[in-house]
Design a binder for this molecule. Sequence first.
Ligand code: PAZ
Length: 315
Amino acid sequence: MAKPRLSSIDGKLAEEFAIPSHINEVGEKMSAFAIGHAAAGRRVVLITSGGTKVPLESRTVRFLDNFSSGRRGASSAEYFLDAGYAIIFLHRHRSLYPYTRTFSTINMLDALQFTGSTGDVVVNQQVLPNITKVLKRYQEVKDSELLLPIEFNTLSEYLHLLKTAAQALSTLGSKAMFYLAAAVSDFYIPSSEMPEHKIQSSDGPLQLSLNMVPKILSPLVKDWAPQAFVVSFKLETDATILLEKARRALETYRHQVVVANVLESRRGYVVVVTPETQAEVTLTEEDLRNDIEIEERIVSTLTSAHNKFITQSLV
Ligand code: PAZ
C-alpha cells in the first residue's frame, strides 16, 4: 500500500527533529484521556506552557533557552479546571505547575518544623498560610484524574508531543480547545548539522547559523485538529507592532483567537483578538490588591467564546 503523503511540515518534523522515544506510549495515554473525558461529557483543553530548549550539540552541554516561567499556563490550568475542563498540560520540565506554583518561592525545609516531644514533622502555617485550601483542591483534581501532565524539554520534544496531542484531541471535534501559551523558539539547528560533542572554545569565536522552525500552527489548524477551537499567544517587546502581528497570525492560520501581550505588562494587560473583535483585559490596582490574576479573566473570556463556537459548529 502506498505510504500517506506527508505535508512539508510533517516531513520536516520527521527528518530534522528527533522523535522522543516514548511518543507512542504518551500518544496512547493522551487518546485514552481525551476519549474518557469526552464520554463523561467534558471538554478537554490542551495547554502548552513554559519555554523550549534548543540544543547546540547532540550530546548537549549548551542550549538556547527563553524567559518563560510557565506561570500563565499553570495558573490558567487551575481556572480551566474550575470551569469544568479536563486538561492535558504539556509543560517544560520544572516550569511552574498548577497549585504547587503558589509555593514555588518557598524553601521546603523552612516550611516544616518539629513538634512537641514526639519529634513529628508538621507544616509551619505561617510559612504556608494557604496550604490547606490549595492541597484540598489539588487532591480533588488528582483524584478525579482531570489533569494529565506531560513534560518536554527540547524544541523537538515539544513539536512531536504537540502533534501527537493534536491528533489525540481531533476525535473531540469542536469540544477540544488548544491554549498555546508556551514560548516556542523560532530558530533551531537541524540534527544533521549539529556537532556531536561539546563545542570547543579553543576553536575560536562561535558563529551560529540557525534555521527557521516550521510554523506548526498551520498543520495543527488545517490537518491535525481542524474542528478544534484554537487559541495562540503572541508576545512582543515593541507594543506598536503587537496588534498588527496578532491580526496577521489570524489571517495566516485562520484559527479562532490570538491573546496578544507585551513582555513587561503581561501580568496585568492582554488583548484578546478574534477575526471580528478585539477586547482588552486589564487588571486594576484594586484587582492586584485582591490577588486577582489576569488568567482568571482570560480563561473566562475564552470559555464563553468556546461555548459559542461549539453551538455554531453544531448548526
Ligand atoms: O510563562 P510566563 O507566564 O512567564 O509568560 C507567558 C507568555 C508571555 C510566554 C505567554 O503569554 C505568551 O505570550 N506565549 C507565546 C510567546 C510567543 O509569542 O512565542
